[in-house]
Each structure stands twice: as structure tokens, then as C-alpha cells.
Design a protein around this ligand. Structure first.
Ligand code: PMV
Length: 347
């Protein structure tokens, strides 16, 4: 729902009538908030496109400050779903994705009613960090609750996964591992204990919507990149090293795995046919700045997702210095620190 593709969809400004509906969703149903997460060991490629079963297990950090709050209200008088994101009614792809998740909820709850969904994103700066992880985790909890279902964390993670793979991890605060599994019941995330106080410093290179969705980019990597199989083979080793580093409280080992892992993922995109290149000149500048910081002795390792923005893994204690040093080197970029954030919750 915060996915950048939304920007291309026809927009319908709120009229008095739709505004009433949106308020009804907030008042009569259930409301949940979820935080976005950033993967340190990535999910890239699906084994099952319908069920969203990934080819690899992944590890992520849920972040404070990047939130989606969604209200869902089922209405017996209608079978139509309506979706409002940041006070604008959405149709097309965004609505279809939301309706597909609502269908799963309706099926489990044995209801037919249409829903009004009102979703708000509280990001402290312009788009570009839009993530479907917070959106679908919030939707899964709000919709299931509004329909009378009381799902446990595993069930909720599986439901959120059907909206967007990464959303399965936003059910949990802090670090979460998403076990790839092989079918619907076996593919879910769970929390990972972490003795490290981690932080992510986000360097915003561009807030513009991406031209190629992560869905399309990962499909193309799976189907056409010669490097894709090597990327999948490297996953168990990366995940095992990352989890061992977390357990040992070793940020250096964790950072090195995270950096290598994201570079491997982008290598599969760059070698897809036709290639997917999310990097911009500013991304390379930021990656070089992160290298310099590390050479100067600061704990800082980069990761990137399906876009040009660079996220820097560090510790909460070092985040301020990392942020200051990056600002000196990248004066044109918006730079913000995000500490570990909470899991999805009802309001
Ligand atoms: O959940 P999706 O479809 O938005 O895919 C997210 C993929 C990456 O962000 C690039 C990696 C990840 O594990 O979150």
C-alpha cells in the first residue's frame, strides 16, 4: 500500500461521502500500526508466486519511525472494498492487492462483507522509503481483528506474507527471521533475540517512485540471471553467519554478511535480462562514504533494497557519529537514524 507504484494509479480526491466512509473505517472496525523493516539477509525471488513462498530465508530489523496505521471496517451492506491511502482513494493495482488479502481474511472468517480500509503512513521525510512491509502487516492485523479472527503471531505472519513477503517480518519488533519453508504453513517469520542495540541510518538518494517494482525485478532475476542460483546457494551460509554474529553480539561480522548479501542480490538484478539497475550516482557516492567511515574506524555497513537509497547498519551508540560523518560527506542527502522498532499492534 505504500508501494511506489501507487503513484501511477488514478487518484480520486475525498468527497464528503468518501470522507465519511473513511471515518467509519476508523470508528467502526479495528486499527493497527506496523513498522517497516529492512533486511540484513535478503528475500529475493519466489518459489511460489501465489502463496509468496520465498526461495531464501531472510533476516531483518524492524525500525521505529517508519510506520503505517490501517483501519479496517467490514460493512454488511456492500461487497465492494474501498481503499484510502493518506486520504486519497485508490483503485487499480493497490486496491486489488488489498482486496486479495481481505479475501483470505473473509474466507477464514466465513464472511462476505466488503471493507473500507483507511491507511496512513507516518514517514518523517518524503517517499522513497515506501515499504509494503509495514502496510501489509498493519492490514493483516486490522483486517483479521475486524473480521473477528484472533490470530497468533505465526498465523498473522503467514497472512501478512500473502500481501507482501517482507510484511511477514514486520509482525515482530527488532530482529526477525523469515523461514522460507516450502508451503503456506511452513513459511513464516519469528522474533530473534538480539544482544546488540542496532540502528539503521537511512541516506535518501531519491524519493521518486521506482520504474520497476520489486515483484517484477525479482521475477526477472529468478528467470534470467546466471547468478541467481549462486545467490540462492549462498543464503544458508549467510543466514547462519548472521545469526551467529547476532548471538555473539558481533556487529562487524553481522555488517560484513549484510553488505555482502545485498551486493549479491543486486548482482542478480544487474545480470538479469534486461538488467535492473536501481543504483544512481548518489548511491555509489553513499556506498563509498560508508567505506570511508569504516576505514576511519566507525562501525558502518551498507545495504540497499529495490531502490537507490542506501541504509547503513550501525549500533545505536554510534548512530549519531555515523549520521554526522555521512552528512559532511553527502551534504545534499536527507539522512535519518532509525533505532529498532516494535512489532505490529492494535490501537
Ligand atoms: O516484500 P516485497 O515484495 O516488497 O520484497 C522486498 C524485497 C527486498 O526489500 C528487496 C528484500 C527484503 O528482504 O526485504
Amino acid at each position: 500500500m505504500t508501494s511506489s507504484g501507487d503513484t501511477f494509479l488514478p487518484r480520486v480526491e475525498l468527497t464528503d461521502d468518501t470522507s465519511l466512509l473513511a471515518n467509519e473505517a476508523a470508528a467502526g472496525g479495528a486499527t493497527a500500526t506496523a513498522n517497516a523493516n529492512i533486511a540484513l539477509v535478503k528475500y529475493w525471488g519466489k518459489a511460489d508466486e501465489d502463496l509468496i513462498i520465498p526461495r531464501t530465508s531472510s533476516l531483518s530489523l524492524t525500525l521505529e519511525g517508519l510506520e503505517t496505521t490501517s483501519s479496517v471496517c467490514f460493512r454488511e451492506d456492500s461487497t465492494q472494498d474501498r481503499l484510502f491511502i493518506d486520504d486519497v482513494e485508490r483503485h487499480g493495482k493497490a486496491l486489488n492487492r488489498v482486496s486479495a488479502l481481505l479475501d483470505l481474511v473473509r474466507e477464514q472468517a466465513g464472511i462476505q462483507a466488503g471493507a473500507v480500509v483507511m491507511s496512513r503512513n507516518t514517514v518523517p521525510y518524503e517517499a522513497g522509503l515506501a515499504s509494503s512491509s509495514s502496510a501489509f502487516a498493519a492490514l493483516a492485523l486490522a483486517a483479521s481483528h475486524a473480521a473477528g479472527l484472533r490470530l497468533n503471531d505465526t498465523e498473522l505472519s503467514r497472512l501478512a506474507r500473502r500481501g507482501s513477503g517482507s510484511a511477514s517480518r514486520s509482525v515482530f519488533g527488532g530482529l526477525a527471521v523469515w523461514h522460507a519453508g516450502h508451503d503456506d504453513p511452513s513459511s513464516y517469520a519469528e522474533a530473534v533475540d538480539c544482544p546488540l542495540d542496532l540502528a539503521i541510518v537511512v541516506v535518501l538518494i531519491s524519493g521518486k517512485p521506482k520504474k520497476i517494482s520489486s515483484r517484477e525485478a525479482m521475477r526477472r532475476s529468478v528467470e534470467t540471471s546466471d547468478l541467481y542460483d549462486a545467490w540462492v546457494r549462498a543464503n544458508p551460509r549467510d543466514l547462519e553467519r548472521a545469526l551467529r554474529a547476532v548471538k555473539a553480539g558481533d556487529i562487524k561480522a553481522l555488517g560484513e554478511v549484510a553488505q555482502g548479501n545485498f551486493l549479491g542480490m543486486h548482482a542478480t538484478m544487474m545480470t538479469a535480462k534486461p538488467p535492473v539497475m536501481y543504483w544512481m550516482p548518489g548511491s555509489v557516492e553513499a556506498l563509498q562514504a560508508v567505506d570511508e567511515l569504516r576505514q576511519d574506524g566507525l562501525p558502518a555497513w551498507a545495504t540497499m533494497d529495490a531502490g537507490p537509497n542506501v541504509k547503513v547498519l550501525t549500533t545505536a551508540a554510534d548512530a549519531r557519529r555515523v549520521e554526522d560523518e555521512l552528512r559532511l560527506r553527502l551534504p545534499r542527502c536527507a539522512i535519518h537514524t532509525h533505532l529498532a522498532g516494535p512489532g505490529v499492534r492494535l490501537l
